[in-house]
Design a protein around this ligand. Structure first.
Ligand code: TNX
Length: 553
């Protein structure tokens, strides 16, 4: 008992000396003076733009202050006041993308990035130094005390991604923007937008309007876990116009996030085929669906799928029309996305149709291909040539290794890490997205109260993930550009569920991707998460409570 009391006293003393800061992801270096001094942000504080092009970043800071604390600051170009937050640049000669320093002392707050992204991240960190009012916002401090501190920070990996499948379920632009905000808050920088799949084509292509008017809608959806207990018999769908896509891409760019579009080929093509049956090896065959799953409406002809899984009706690799179509689609997609990568899927493409398709067999013969796996490789390589000629780098799921990797392709390793390891050894860049532990469609608790796809990826497992496999040498490890969590939405029909699956695991992921390996510490993370959860509540986020960060250890 006595020990507990004196320990408590010691803890209290410490907290007098140093305010507990809870920054996620944990920065590279955080130093606090041994005094509990604070700088106060009040409505009289000014934001000083000492560097160029920082108006937007200042506006973000103001937006946040307005939203949470109901006041905004004046933005000026110079001031000698100590009641100021200064935004500037440092190390312009040798910049590290996203690096920044943040200092708070008797001269006010100073944030300097190596570039604009760095300043933006510094501001994200500043948010986390502010006191967190309670979620009901009963008490909004008019004076925001932030502790004296000195932070130096930079990301561990250059690729820090989260994906969202908008085909299985469709989410409005407003939610996609929110999702992007969540990434930005965690200093993540790639939003992988999975735009096409068997259950819906979600991006407007002007040359092929039926892709969205027909391929963007299905006549029903199975109820419950596959094969389901029935079909809801409700027409379901939606798509993004090119104008909306541009809006999302700009919104992301303003938050220093690149949008990586995925246009699936040659598999997961049912929705495109429903719109343009000629893209199939067998245009006259009706769409096959699993007889165990209930079907809604017409089951003849080509149909958008109403259930989940892998389907045989894929893009025909024998017909030149298919390639023309794909190129036309890419011609419209490429200008919408300024990033250097374009994802072409390449996963889960059954070869059954190609085996019995005379055109595909002819293509195999003409090109001296060994089998249908090499035909898939031919398909991807042909698309790669096209993308490269337009200045884009092709990304594919790890199946693109089968039958020979396209020469400049980057690989997303999802079936474990083996594909990633093999690709890195072949000197190809790699993004690690292994199902265990970074598939966020898997359960976070063994007793989920709604249906998930299965699996078990609790936050502890996500936190413990190390993206660079032991099997790689130091040289080979350089090819691992980062990692990504994937959000497949078969069992997420609404935005609340997506948030529930994303949070709090996204916070753990951010530390996997940002924080130096030797600075990661689960116990410390748990302590910081207590505050992070309050921020979730403040932002009105629906998060999973599977892990209780407040429980005594
Ligand atoms: C596999 S990961 C898929 C997706 C599914 C997901 C479900 C990948 C490249 N393909 O089509 O939605 O599993 O976890």
């Amino acid at each position: 008992m006595r020990i507990t009391i004196s320990l408590l006293g010691l803890l209290l003393m410490c907290s007098v000396i140093r305010a507990q800061v809870s920054i996620i992801p944990q920065p590279v270096s955080v130093k606090q003076p041994r005094i509990n001094a604070k700088f106060s942000i009040t409505p009289a504080t000014v934001i000083v733009l000492e560097g160029s092009n920082l108006q937007k970043t200042a506006a973000f800071l103001n937006e946040y202050l307005q939203q949470i604390y109901l006041f905004k600051l004046k933005v000026v170009n110079n001031s000698t006041s100590a009641n100021a937050i200064r935004l500037n640049y440092e190390r312009l000669d040798k910049p590290i993308e996203g690096a920044y320093v943040l200092t708070v002392n008797n001269k006010g707050a100073y944030i300097a990035g190596d570039n604009e992204t760095g300043v933006f991240y510094g501001v994200q960190t500043l948010f986390q130094l502010l006191p967190v009012p309670d979620a009901q916002l009963k008490m909004r401090p008019g004076k925001l005390g932030i502790p004296y501190i000195s932070i130096e920070d930079e990301p561990r990996f250059e690729y820090r991604g989260v994906h969202l499948d908008v085909s299985r379920h469709f989410f409005p632009v407003s939610f996609v923007k929110k999702y992007i905000d969540y990434l930005a808050f965690h200093k993540l920088n790639v939003f992988h937008w999975h735009l096409t799949d068997d259950q819906g084509w979600r991006i407007e292509i002007k040359k092929y309007p039926l892709l969205t008017t027909v391929g963007g809608f299905r006549n029903g959806t199975i109820i419950g876990r596959f094969p389901g207990t029935g079909n809801d018999n409700m027409r379901y769908g939606g798509f993004y116009t090119q104008e909306e896509v541009k809006e999302v891409v700009q919104y992301a760019a303003d938050r220093h996030i690149t949008v990586l579009p995925e246009i699936e080929m040659p598999g997961h093509a049912s929705a495109a085929i429903a719109a343009y049956p000629q893209l199939s090896c067998f245009p006259d065959e009706s769409t096959k669906h699993n007889p165990r799953a209930a079907w809604s409406g017409d089951s003849t002809g080509k149909q958008v799928q109403q259930t989940w899984g892998v389907f045989d009706d894929v893009f025909c690799a024998g017909k030149d029309n298919t390639f023309q179509f794909m190129q036309d689609v890419l011609d419209e997609v490429i200008p919408l996305f300024p990033g250097k990568y374009l994802h072409v899927g390449g996963d889960e493409c059954p070869k059954n149709n190609w085996k019995r398709c005379p055109n595909c067999q002819q293509r195999i013969k003409e090109n001296n291909l060994k089998d249908e796996h090499e035909l898939q490789s031919y398909f991807i390589q042909r698309m790669e040539k096209y993308l490269n000629s337009k200045g884009k780098i092709l990304i594919g799921w790890d199946e693109i290794l089968e039958g020979g990797l396209a020469p400049n392709a980057m690989v997303m390793s999802w079936r474990g890490e083996q594909g990633g390891i093999a690709a890195a050894k072949e000197k190809h860049n790699v993004i690690m997205t292994p199902g265990t532990p970074v598939y966020f469609d898997h359960s976070q608790t063994k007793q989920e109260d709604s249906v998930t796809i299965g699996g078990y990826n609790p936050i502890e497992k996500v936190y413990a993930y190390e993206p660079v496999p032991k099997e790689l040498s130091a040289e080979e490890s350089k090819y691992v550009l980062g990692a990504q969590a994937n959000m497949w939405t078969e069992y997420m029909s609404n935005t609340q569920k997506v948030e529930y699956m994303l949070f709090p695991r996204i916070s753990a992921l951010s530390e996997v991707l940002w924080t130096p390996k030797d600075k990661k510490n689960w116990d410390d993370f748990v302590i910081r998460m207590k505050t992070q959860v309050k921020r979730y509540e403040l932002m009105g986020i629906n998060y999973s409570k599977a892990f209780n960060f407040s429980a005594p250890k």
